[in-house]
Design a binder for this molecule. Structure first.
Ligand SMILES: Cc1cc2nc3c(=O)[nH]c(=O)nc-3n(C[C@H](O)[C@H](O)[C@H](O)COP(=O)(O)OP(=O)(O)OC[C@H]3O[C@@H](n4cnc5c(N)ncnc54)[C@H](O)[C@@H]3O)c2cc1C
Length: 373
């Protein structure tokens, strides 16, 4: 890792006043006051310190795939995280009951899916089901990225941060990161700049046991089976492409933040009330999953949205912002739209679900200089 005491200058981008839309997967968002590109951990740290000294607000932007930025843009400095690369920092031999492992340190701006592809090619198991998720490695701890039965909390060993409160750099062990469903210590918290992430992966040509029923079906195996890493990756990419959940410039559904809402988690009492409302609504059995370690249940936000009357493609094919034609949970920008219009649609859906089922939907992406309250 580079020594952060060496202060490398950050490159200031003359296109600062261009819309941030060009850096977000939604292709939405107004301009920033200042835009800085940081290509190393040192530059990132120095860019954050420099903006702090100037008294400016800071927005860290990596792949821009989990942010909704307001039409007025961002009144402060946007720092584009572009530090790349990874290296093996530790290897452990197999022991009784434990496979051999490799620990890699990944720079924050390393494109996530390139990293996953490299781990699969190297025979390192643990993140293969997270194939195809856009964005950078350093952003994966922010919301404990997860898909198809894996989440990064299972493989992260430590997150290397610059603490803006104390102006120190240190490593937070995974146990201190408060990883939870699409959440962590870092989400909606400006204190920490993620510089690098350590992942510990098993040396294995086989995936971790397949936990997600749809993935198991697609692979023709039973839940709990293991498959070659490359097969797991290919199946996940295929499933994701079918739902418009990979970036693909040729797909009109591609401009999104992935899932716009998290799946609501209901405690036992709320779940009883919900089931009573479902019975009255006559909408059939809801898609739910038990939550480990309690009697709470997670309800499919896609099911709630669909059954509240907002199906795929809502409101219609010509609308500048609409629900994806492939996935009820993704709100897409079809072109010529605005953040205000997107949040208006999100608000309509949230209110419709609440009125029909009494359940509150919460946005998964980070809203920057905008809201839909
Ligand atoms: C098509 C599509 C599919 C998706 N599928 C999934 C999925 O299956 N599972 C899932 O969990 N997510 C999914 N997402 C959401 C998103 O890709 C992930 O959350 C991803 O990790 C965000 O990375 P990013 O680099 O784009 O972050 P950004 O959008 O740039 O940033 C997100 C947040 O993290 C902060 N941040 C970014 N970098 C740093 C840093 N170095 N230090 C501190 N803070 C930082 C930003 O300030 C912001 O608050 C999907 C998105 C899209 C568009």
């Amino acid at each position: 890792m580079p020594d952060v005491s060496a202060h490398a200058p950050s490159a200031e981008d003359p296109t600062a006043l261009a819309p941030l839309a060009r850096y977000t997967t939604l292709a939405l968002g107004g301009p920033a006051d200042r835009l800085v590109t940081a290509s190393t951990a040192d530059e990132l740290t120095e860019a954050v310190r420099d903006a702090g000294r100037r008294g400016e607000r800071i927005l860290l932007l990596s792949g821009g795939s989990n942010v909704v930025i307001g039409d007025d843009g961002f009144p402060g400095t946007v720092i584009l995280v572009r530090s790349t690369g990874f290296q093996v920092i530790a290897e452990e031999p197999a022991a009784v009951g434990h496979p051999a492992t490799v620990t890699i340190r990944v720079e924050a701006g390393e494109p996530w899916d390139d990293l996953v592809a490299a781990t699969v090619a190297a025979g390192w198991s643990g993140v293969e089901c997270l194939s195809g998720i856009p964005g950078a490695a350093g952003a994966t701890p922010i919301q404990n990225v997860g898909a198809y039965g894996q989440e990064i909390a299972e493989t992260v060993q430590a997150v290397h941060v610059h603490d803006r409160l104390t102006d120190e750099r240190y490593a937070l062990p995974a146990a201190d990161c408060r990883f939870a469903y699409r959440d962590s210590l870092f989400k909606r918290n400006d204190r920490y700049l993620v510089l690098a992430v350590d992942f510990r992966l098993a040396r294995s040509e086989l995936s971790t046991p397949v936990r997600y029923a749809e993935l198991a079906r697609s692979l023709g195996v039973a839940v709990g089976d293991r498959v070659p890493l490359a097969d797991a990756r290919a199946a996940v990419l295929r499933l994701r492409a079918g739902k418009g959940m990979v970036l693909d410039a040729t797909d009109p559904d591609t401009r999104s933040v992935g899932s716009f809402f998290t799946n609501p988690v209901l405690d036992a009492a709320a779940a009883r009330r919900f089931h009573a409302r479902v019975a009255v609504a006559g909408t059939g059995e809801p898609a739910t999953w038990p939550v480990a370690g309690g009697d709470a249940v997670k309800v499919s936000a896609a099911w709630l949205i669909d059954k509240a009357g907002y199906g795929k493609g809502y409101p219609d094919g010509d609308a500048p912002v609409a629900i994806s034609s492939k996935h009820t949970l993704a709100l897409t920008h079809r072109g010529g739209g605005s953040t205000a219009a997107l949040l208006d649609l999100a608000g309509t859906i949230r209110d419709g679900v609440r009125d029909r089922f009494g359940v509150a939907l919460h946005p998964e992406p980070v809203l920057v200089n905008c809201s839909f309250d």
